[in-house]
Structures are given as structure tokens and as C-alpha cells.
Design a binder for this molecule. Structure first.
Ligand code: HEC
Ligand code: HEC
Length: 461
């Protein structure tokens, strides 16, 4: 009798352990297929390239609901499309719990809003000039530091949106909420160097410093590479040309993998099928046409000016297009180039986990002469985004705005750039280190009529 009772106890305990293990596996490890998107553009905007568990969606929602006062006044600049549960660039996948991971569209998808706020057009592949990456990061960090980041505050907010089972609730309360907080605080400590850089504002990130310090583990050397995002469309036309603002990239495929690894943490996390779909899309997708009518005769006059003064460096058939112009010649702000240190170059070359090889990266002493397809959507202009409009870029540097406001999504077709006169937005000050707006004086001495014609032609690119 006694022995039977003991056996019963052991069996009960085993069953309990088994149930607990299954429950934990289910809520923390089970892998569901990532959502599939029918169109290539949707896959680019929402597809998940990271198979690792993401940031718990329910906790993210509860942070927005309960700690919205930690958001910056201008918001984060995320693009929310109607009918979508997450903003563009936030990819959902369930590994135990529904989690969010960033994809390329976070920084490489733009939007233009109509002036009366009645509608928005979303442009996959365009630089996300409205998205404030640092504000986004610091929102998560401020929430993690906030005494409200506890199960007591967050659980009721989660339950308001989702009905959780008893065990699932337990997993959120005792495991996911504390672990998420810990992870964000660890990321804050690993990214302390960011606070030693001037504020970036929307549309700009320190992509290379993140690679150098957070991914490759090199010490902070104090250099600043805050730069504008770039368009990723029509990569096919970029083969054989130098990539990245400084032209350090020589191979489109390697540069895509380089960008991916900073997002997914380690090569093994890549969802290769989704990623390949994205890069195939980028290979072919063309820059979007200028959305308003273009005056054809004026543009034809402008094309002649362009051929004479710009095509050599920017047209698809230009002798120097896609090559590097030394900084001493183009004269734009030199700060960005300093981050390309010999130690960084060596660490990139040494990294070998095929297909994540970066041996095509080369040193550079200047800036790339970029193809200008979709020129209108590349605003603000130059590598540091220091010139708000094309009209300003055609002014001598001394006459370009020294202070303007970034992050707006209403487009001004007359000057060709996002409306940046304020109020509101990030105050961009060209006197801040790395933010200089000098150089690139091509076309600045043209007569006004020729500039007007050239601007009209630039709409057609
Ligand atoms: C956090 C923002 C961010 C994310 C996310 C991001 N990028 Fe970028 N990307 C940038 C910035 C900023 C630049 C410009 C800096 C530079 O390369 O000189 C850039 C440049 C590039 C370039 C160079 C293009 C050229 O013409 O010179 C490629 C290629 C690229 N990114 C691919 C990707 C891919 C693929 C992904 C997703 C796996 C991705 N990026 C995700 C910020 C981002
Ligand atoms: C000698 C080569 C050269 C010539 C000629 C030249 N450019 Fe550029 N252009 C560059 C370089 C290099 C950059 C990148 C500089 C930087 O970002 O610091 C650039 C950048 C630009 C950009 C900004 C692209 C972006 O995404 O922000 C525009 C627009 C542009 N050029 C237009 C023109 C026009 C219009 C002309 C003719 C009036 C012209 N360029 C003539 C080399 C040239």
C-alpha cells in the first residue's frame, strides 16, 4: 500500500514536470511558421528575416499603452498602414510568444503625406527619412528604467488586449517581463557610446559604429558616422559600383549580408528564404516616379544642363558614376570618413562565416558619386542629410539653410524636399560636428533659369 502510494507520488511529480516542461516549451520555444506575404513589397515591409525570438509583442503594446509619456513629442516616425497590426519594418514571428524583430524596411521605407493629412503614400526601398532610430531605442530604454516596467503595471495592460491562459500569464509575469527588462538594460549599457555622439534625429543612424562596436566588439574610438539612410531600390544598377556613402562597399550581396547581420545578431539566425525574397525585390524594384506632373519642355532644357554639369558623376552612363570622389575635391563634411579605421577594416576582412563574408569592403578617402534615381525622394541631401532640398543644394554653401527641421513627411515639390521650415520636427543645426553643409558646389554658379530647368529635370530621374 505504502509502496503504491510512493509510486503514485513519483508518477504525479513526473506528470507535473512533464506538463511544466511542455508548457514552457510551448510558450517560450515552439516555432510557428512566420507570416507569409503574397506580394514582394509586403514581404519587404513586414517579412521576418530573423528566426530568433523577438521583442514580445504584448509587452511592446503594453509599453505604448502604459508609458506613452516616455515617447518623444514628435513620436518615433514609424509608418503605420491601415489594417496592419505592426508598423512597417516590424516583423512578427512566433517563437514561443509573438515577437517583433526589425527588418530592412525600418530604415529603408519612406512615406509622403498629403499636406492636409488625408492620406499617405508608402515607398518601399526609399530612405526612411522620417524614422528616428535613436528615439525608438531610447523609448525602449527609458521604459525599462521606468519603475512602471513591472508585471503589476504591464500585466493588466496586456490582459486588456489579449486573453491569456493561466500558464501563459505566469510565463509573462515571471519570465518574459523580467527577462525583457534585463535585455533592454543590457542593450542600453552596450550602446552607451551613442550618448557620446551628437543627436542624430530622424532618418539618420550610426550604422557603421553599431557594426564596429556592438557587433565586431571593437572599442569605441570616438568617431562619428551619423549618416542619412539611402535608397535600396534597383540594386541591379548598382553592381560594379561602389556602395555606402564612403564607397567602402564593392559588392551588393556582401553589403546586404553586412546589413542583415547587425539586425539578426548572428548568421545562424537568418531566415534565408525571406531574406532572398527581399533582396530579389531590391534587385529589380525601380525608384518611384515623381507624383506630380512634370513640365516636359523645361525638363528637356534641364537635361542639357545636367548632361553638362552632373552626368559625368551621376548618370548611369557617367564615366565616374559609382566611383569615389576624394573628400578634398567634393568638399563635403569629412567627419563620416574618420570612422573607417584600419582596425575596423581588418576586423571586417577577418570575419568569415559564408555567405557572411565582408572581404569586398575597401578603405576610402571620399564619397561615392551616387546614381540619382528617385532623386526627389532622397531628401534631405548629402551623406549627412545636411541640405534639406535640391533647390538648396544648388545654392552656394554659404546660402544654404544653417538650421532646419527634419522628420516631416509633407513634400514641397517647388524646392524638392520635405517641408522643413518647422515648427515641429528635429532641429538640425549644421554647426554641430559631422552636420556641416559645405561642399558639392556643382551647379551652384548656374544662372537662375538654368537651375529652374535642372530642378525640373531632376524630377524625372
Ligand atoms: C537602423 C537602420 C538601418 C537598417 C535597419 C538597415 N539599414 Fe541599410 N543602411 C542604413 C544607413 C544609415 C545606410 C547608409 C550608411 C552607409 O552605408 O554609408 C545604409 C546603407 C545600406 C546599403 C548601401 C547602399 C548604397 O547604395 O550605398 C545597403 C546595401 C543596405 N543598407 C542594405 C540593407 C539591408 C539589406 C537591410 C536589412 C537586412 C538594411 N540595410 C537595414 C541604415 C539601416
Ligand atoms: C565630380 C563628381 C560630381 C559632380 C560633377 C556632381 N556631383 Fe553630385 N555628388 C557627388 C558626390 C561625391 C556626392 C556625395 C557627397 C556627400 O554625400 O558628401 C554627390 C551627391 C549628390 C546629391 C545627393 C544625393 C543624396 O542622396 O543625398 C545630389 C542630389 C547631387 N549630387 C546632384 C548633383 C547635381 C544636380 C549635379 C550637377 C549640377 C552634381 N550633383 C554634380 C559628386 C558629383
Amino acid at each position: 500500500m505504502k509502496r503504491l502510494f510512493k509510486r503514485g507520488l513519483v508518477l504525479g511529480a513526473l506528470l507535473l514536470i512533464g506538463a511544466l516542461a511542455t508548457g514552457l516549451w510551448y510558450h517560450l520555444l515552439r516555432r510557428e511558421p512566420a507570416p507569409h506575404f503574397a506580394s514582394e513589397a509586403e514581404n519587404f515591409k513586414y517579412g521576418s528575416i530573423n528566426t530568433a525570438p523577438g521583442f514580445p509583442l504584448y509587452i511592446w503594446e503594453a509599453m505604448l499603452d502604459g508609458m506613452a509619456d516616455q515617447l518623444p513629442p514628435g513620436g518615433l516616425g514609424l509608418i503605420q498602414e491601415p489594417g496592419r497590426s505592426t508598423p512597417v519594418g516590424f516583423a512578427l514571428r512566433t517563437v514561443g510568444f509573438p515577437g517583433l524583430n526589425a527588418n530592412c524596411a525600418l530604415c529603408h521605407c519612406g512615406t509622403v503625406q498629403s499636406a492636409d493629412g488625408s492620406g499617405q503614400q508608402v515607398y518601399p526601398g526609399a530612405p526612411a527619412q522620417q524614422f528616428d532610430f535613436r528615439a525608438f531605442e531610447s523609448f525602449a530604454m527609458k521604459c525599462a528604467e521606468d519603475p512602471r516596467f513591472t508585471a503589476a503595471t504591464l500585466m493588466p495592460l496586456i490582459r486588456r488586449r489579449h486573453s491569456l491562459g493561466w500558464f501563459e500569464g505566469w510565463v509573462y509575469r515571471w519570465l518574459l517581463i523580467p527577462a525583457t527588462r534585463k535585455k533592454v538594460l543590457e542593450q542600453r549599457d552596450a550602446s552607451a557610446w551613442v550618448d557620446r555622439r551628437p543627436p542624430a534625429g530622424p532618418g539618420r543612424t550610426d550604422a557603421f559604429s553599431r557594426l564596429k562596436i556592438n557587433f565586431l566588439g571593437l572599442p569605441d574610438d570616438g568617431t562619428t558616422d551619423t549618416s542619412d539612410s539611402v535608397p535600396l531600390w534597383h540594386q541591379q544598377a548598382r553592381t560594379g559600383r561602389r556602395l555606402h556613402w564612403n564607397g567602402a562597399g564593392t559588392r551588393v550581396d556582401q553589403d546586404n549580408f553586412l546589413s542583415a547581420v547587425t539586425l539578426i545578431g548572428k548568421p545562424g539566425n537568418l531566415d534565408a528564404a525571406t531574406f532572398n525574397r527581399m533582396t530579389n525585390f531590391l534587385w529589380n524594384v525601380k525608384a518611384p516616379a515623381f507624383p506630380s506632373p512634370v513640365k516636359a519642355p523645361l525638363a528637356a532644357q534641364g537635361e542639357r544642363v545636367y548632361r553638362q554639369h552632373c552626368a559625368e558623376c551621376h548618370a548611369p552612363d557617367g564615366a565616374k558614376t559609382g566611383q569615389v570622389t576624394p573628400q578634398s575635391e567634393v568638399g563635403t563634411d569629412p567627419d563620416f570618413l574618420r570612422m573607417w579605421t584600419p582596425a575596423f577594416q581588418a576586423a571586417l576582412k577577418a570575419y568569415r562565416q559564408p555567405p557572411f563574408n565582408f572581404d569586398g569592403m575597401v578603405p576610402s578617402d571620399g564619397y561615392v558619386n551616387p546614381l540619382l534615381d528617385g532623386c526627389w525622394l532622397r531628401a534631405p541631401y548629402l551623406h549627412n542629410g545636411s541640405v534639406p532640398t535640391l533647390a538648396d543644394l544648388l545654392q552656394p554653401p554659404a546660402e544654404r539653410p544653417t538650421v532646419f527641421f527634419r522628420g516631416g513627411t509633407v513634400y514641397g515639390p517647388d524646392r524638392m524636399g520635405f517641408v522643413s521650415t518647422g515648427p515641429g520636427g528635429f532641429r538640425y543645426d549644421t554647426s554641430v560636428p559631422g552636420n556641416g553643409n559645405r561642399g558639392h558646389i556643382y551647379g551652384t554658379a548656374l544662372p537662375a533659369t538654368e537651375k529652374t530647368a535642372l530642378l525640373e529635370y531632376l524630377k524625372t530621374l
